[in-house]
Design a protein around this ligand. Sequence first.
Ligand code: FES
Length: 217
Amino acid sequence: MSVTDQSPPAPDPGADPAQAALHDRIAADSLTTRRDYLRIVATVSGGLAVGSVAVAGGVLHRHGDSDDPPAAKRVAAVLPRGQSVAFRFPGEDDRAVAVRLADGTLVGYSAICTHLACGVLWREDRGAEGELYCPCHEGVFDARTGEVTAGPPPRPLPKVLLVEEADGSVWAVATARSGESVKDAMCRQFADKRPDMAARMGCPAANAKPAERSERT
Ligand code: FES
């Protein structure tokens, strides 16, 4: 697929305007700050859903870049529609799963059930567009949002934020806690490492830093 073909998905007309704006800012950032064009796809939901949501231009750096976020991890060379891949992120004990939904949306979650920590599985054959299913006690999570749709799990699945490179490779770059927005998760994890990006995303802490610095000078 060509770089041109990898343009970010247009925001869903029904999406929250703030989310769409975040998508636009990040997409623009990716075009202006990277050698290779990044299509960044959110894995997250929690309402941050532009179908799939762009999350982080400039988050994913190639090996050798001086400010590589240490946690970025390549999880698949490509991820076709309807398929999933299991991986560990952010630590080697942290089971996670990335799924490409039938409409092309890329989503990622912790694969540790929020009930009693059994492994959550992608089941394409369940529900309207597949489900994340915990076989221990029939827990079911919405594949698009991670929300609990059945069974005893008390909380949604925490999300793993994914980036899709121009070559189709999929990388895990950050996590979002249950109920945490993509923006808040990105700001929490990247405000210090990537203050330029954080400022473009509108992270409060990042925006406050220049003012604080100028007051001190
Ligand atoms: Fe997943 Fe109980 S451990 S439903």
